[in-house]
Design a protein around this ligand. Sequence first.
Ligand code: PLP
Length: 354
Amino acid sequence: MKIHNFSAGPSILPQEVLKKASEAVIEYNNIGMSLLEISHRSKHFVDVMENARALALELLGLEGKGYKALFLQGGASMQFVMVALNLLEKRAGYLNTGTWSENAIQEAKIYDDIHEVASSKDANYNYIPKGYSIPKDYDYFHCTSNNTIFGTQIKQFPDSPIPMVCDMSSDIFSRQLDFSKFDLIYAGAQKNMGPAGTTLVVVKEDILGKVSRKIPSIMDYKVQIEKSSMFNTPPVFAVYTSMLTLEWLKNLGGIKAIEKVNEMKSRVIYSEIDLNPLFKGYAVKEDRSMMNATFTLANDDLKETFDTMLKEAGISGLSGHRSVGGYRASMYNALSLDSVKALVEVMSELETKA
Ligand code: PLP
């Protein structure tokens, strides 16, 4: 049976990407060796890395604008540390919109002073704070574009007077934004781009080299740029598969084309949540995420029936995170509109049964 994979991450990848990636594991481009067996210094892999980096900048519309793309290791969690190591001299401002922002704040605090410019912790992160100001004398401002756990998403980014850093792990390449507003963007691959194991970092070079501390080489963006993202042995499979996904996205028509599909998917799910009296949305309407829709059952007695119906319909990965409960439908780029319709069908069938 076809499984509709709503997992929050690692998550669904396009079928054609999985097929090509698995072929490359057996034999890469008819060279008589697996992708996993070739040197990362060989032209075969250097071309993959260069192509992946170039595609990332092209899709974000950041070519020729002073940015560099890197594919690093250590997940988005390592970026919580690298951002602080490379940019934090005295004080930085962080917008606290959920667990991942909290984690970013906690790691940065090891190095220097962090000021939460605003927080939605008072309502268990079901909204995005607005109307805050960003002090001009801070080193940078950090935000999380999409809050994977709580299902909220920043729709309007501030005009930051200082470098703006954004964790886009769960909505990178899913919607059109003016990406040049950001000075550093990072995103773990395992939601909208590829398998776990690599993290995309897009950084404007002119913000680097301004802190006085010594930075370990592997954690230094400048070193990673100089070494073309290959300071040490890169995660070849994760980078190759990410490159395939970026090619898939480009062939579809880029972010503009996928955004239309993503808008449609989120309209379909949220209209069911709003119209069906058995469900309640978690996030406030204006801040709802297009990637992760969080909702609960109005009556918990229906949980067993609903869970059985989901299973029978081949719907997987819908359990909400423990800090929110209920359900979470993650609708990353590779998830089809048909999968969302299959979920909505089960939701409306529950209404007729209840
Ligand atoms: N930031 C966000 C928004 C996330 O959703 C996640 C993981 O789900 C992370 C950071 C942590 O990513 P990683 O596991 O790659 O460190």
